[in-house]
Design a protein around this ligand. Sequence first.
Ligand code: ZN
Length: 113
Amino acid sequence: MRALIQSQLLAELRKLLVDEQQSLQRLLNQPKLQLLQKQPINTAIQHKTAADTIATYPLHQAAQIKLSQINKAINRIKTGSYGLCVVCGHSIHEERLIAIPHTPFCSQCISAH
Ligand SMILES: [Zn+2]
């Protein structure tokens, strides 16, 4: 079985993931109002902006989901399964990992969803 990803690329992707993990953790630790100011608000969220709590909740939730995906990706690096699609088990293209380092799916499986 060949090496999935060159170790140099893996080290770079790991650094990207750790950096993003830290910035998301900082974001999630901020008071909700600061979170609201720092994040671009898309029209879907603006549409139902009745209170700060409603407006910030989806952003907060999205950040938490992303953080958990990043945590899992870092775990996969530790266990050696990083770069393999969690659905079909095939290796994920390097270009795709560079674009979305935390992705657990290959491009075929993500387009099947
Ligand atoms: Zn797949």
